[in-house]
Design a protein around this ligand. Structure first.
Ligand code: ZN
Ligand code: FE
Length: 239
């Protein structure tokens, strides 16, 4: 099993420190190295792997320092190998990538970027979605089409409801405000929005969420079609 520790980095990004039962460690999306080095030091850990979901600098800018400091292996999207420096392990949907004695499953999820991936550990029931799916939101369509993003969502929505979802940013409170404009009468959404407000009041993370919670509350995932998703995404861009 894999234990996950949230490491806040930059303004509102989260990196995630993974510790497996077999002693292996990894960091997901280190947007900067400093807080990750502190987190590893607090736990007296070395770093075996760096995992990147996509090429944006707020997810990879800590790669180099961490590789140098710990001699960690860098794994990330094969399709981004031209724009993520020093990739040691290229990941795509056919990859066999084992971490912590567990076979990771890679989903190629274009939309926010063309190369982005989500990284799923089926035994630990955790998924790292980067900027593809946020709690109560999704990434902007910087490089992909609504159709691509919608197809990417379907891959993730097919996972078990109790899968814990760890995304790249603490955007949940703003997401709740927007989602409520689309589905003002959704009781699950109203309850989640209250929970999120209480957590943020105490400056606590709103993550992880779960696939089940997002299915009931995330208006982007609930759009029903790529066309409707595109409309909702446009509303959000102008919100
Ligand atoms: Zn991004
Ligand atoms: Fe980001």
């Amino acid at each position: 099993m894999i234990n996950v520790t949230i490491v806040p980095v930059l303004e509102d990004n989260y990196a995630y420190l993974l510790e497996a039962d077999n002693g292996e460690t990894a960091i997901v999306d280190p947007g900067e190295s400093g807080p990750v080095i502190v987190a590893l030091g607090d736990k007296d850990l070395n770093l075996d792997y760096i995992l990147n979901t996509h090429h944006h600098s707020d997810h990879i800018a800590g790669n180099r320092d961490l590789k140098n400091a710990y001699n960690a292996k860098l794994a990330g999207p094969a399709k981004d190998s031209h724009r993520i420096a020093d990739l040691d392990i290229e990941l795509d949907e056919s990859s066999v990538f084992e971490f912590g004695g567990e076979q990771a499953q890679i989903f190629e999820t274009p939309g926010h970027t063309t190369g982005g991936i989500c990284i799923y550990f089926p035994i630990s029931k955790i998924i790292f979605t980067g900027d593809t799916i946020f709690s109560l939101g999704c990434g902007r369509l910087f490089e992909g089409t609504p159709e691509q993003m919608w197809a990417s969502f379907q891959k993730i929505m097919a996972l078990p409801d109790d899968t814990k979802l760890y995304c790249g940013h603490e955007y949940t409170q703003g997401g709740a405000r927007f989602c409520l404009t689309v589905e003002p009468d959704n009781p699950d959404l109203k309850a989640r929005a209250e929970e999120v407000n209480a957590l943020r009041e105490e400056e606590k993370p709103t993550l992880p969420s779960t696939i089940g919670i997002e299915k009931k509350t995330n208006v982007f995932l609930r759009a029903g079609s790529a066309d409707r998703f595109a409309e909702i995404r446009k509303l959000r861009d102008n919100f």
